[in-house]
Unconditional design. Sequence first.
Length: 580
Amino acid sequence: MGVPPGRPFSFPWKISIYPSAPPDSLPVKREDIMITISGEGLTLADIVAVSQGAEVRLSADPAVLARVEASQARIEAAVAGGEQVYGVTTLYGGMADQYVPVERMVELQHIALWHHKTATGPRLPEADVRAAMLLRVNSLMKGYSGVRLELIQRYVSFLNAGVTPHAYQRGSIGASGDLVPLSYIGASVIGLDPAFLVDWNGETLDCHTALSRLGLAPLTLRPKEGLAMNNGTTASTGVAANAMGRGVTVFALSMAVQAMLAEALLATNQSFHPTIQAIKPHPGQIFVGSLFRDLLEGSQLIRSEAAGARGHRQGKLIQDRYSLRCLPQYTGPIADMLAVAARQITTEANSANDNPLVDPDTGEVYHTGNFLAQYTGVACDTLRAQLAMLLKHLDVQIAMLVTPEFNNGLPPSLVGNTGHGLNMGLKSLQLTCNSVAPLVQFYGRSMVDLYPSHAEQFNQNINSQAMNAANLAREAVEASEHFLAAALVFAVQAVELRAQTVRPGYDASDLLSHRNAALYRAARTAALGAPDPERPMLWDDTEGFIQPKVEGILSDLRTGQAIRDAIGPTLADVEAFLAA
């Protein structure tokens, strides 16, 4: 098959840069946030907001729209002029030596999506599908992909109406882009076939029914458009962006929890002195030292080693054990590595990543490898590894907290009523933590270096495994959130028991640092109710299960606002460091 050089051809359709359905005519889940998509400048916060239902709109900048139109016109000109362009005048991958006649070029684009309806296994969460759609739009809006604005607008219509295509976690090796999940999404937004399904307002519909309700008809693709829809890194990167967004909150909360544990253990603030960090000036270590000085500001429990202060206690270690004393040196590298991973994900989210790419300024057509999601895969491997390191540190601190030899006067396993005789406190909850932390360590193993691929006639003979890496990152974040919810139960119980040793009453609000007092009250309320000066969170073991206390904190962390508000200043500090 082939296209005779120079064969004239004109398309039987009219080009329009205007969308067939304006986004403001569609219902949206939220009206408080509007994200403008131009191909540039999307942040992690933007991606997370859209994944949770925020409204989007395409940029109205004439320069942006002109680039989209120019690249699409260049593809039409190439076909009309008989030029050879991969995936337009040829088949795909290892079959790219086989040429396609002009009259079958549109059919080829539909086959590009149809061919990849191969996935089985667990569905991608709605939030991750929305992120994938957003990033596909952002990539296409850069103007290097040769597609119509009308096609891009289809994704916007789905996003703003809350229509979520069914896509799956398995099937992408992150080599020629995330072909399988992006094909499911792309086929749904154009209405390729009713076999492609969507969710809308709690109902599962075929894509034709969804389009009809939106007032849209199935869309016939033009040359290059099918390939532009499925040949990119935006599915794995959408999953990665959501995981990183949650991971940032996990890191910020873990810093606050560790500061509260330091208060419960009567740690010294000398470990965070600026001079110590300045003479080992890694950015992460400097940041963590500064953050902990802020986190512990105003604490009545932290020991001061400043001149004239009575910090060291006779008969006790002159310095804290490593998990407290080395906190900046241990968690500083975690902060540094998370910053690298966040930057990689954000850069990938703002890239043109399909093949071929069309320069709208020069008309040059590039056959490229931007679809390889190695940066996304490496970033997700990094995120998972750093979460494992984080929980390792917290797990050690919890072990000190429940052991009388190391906890400076607290009861074993943080028993509330020690006079009962049969109470065992949080002994079993520590086992839960001991089960979750190794799981996150297992998730922390690298993915991108596994299984060289011989896929697709050896064309995709190297791969990133980015989708697997990203899905594992989601799992690691969810397990880490569970761990932190349990860690907060330990922290709340510990500071309440400590408060009673300092003065009568278990409410620790007046003894904690300014920031930690807010987190303590939020976590205590989520677990059981407001602090009670007469009783700690757990008094007698049989008065209630520990499970709902953990679940209450976990629920607020994932879907509530109290804990997030309480760590707001700390989260802002972390986000600023990661974005610097």
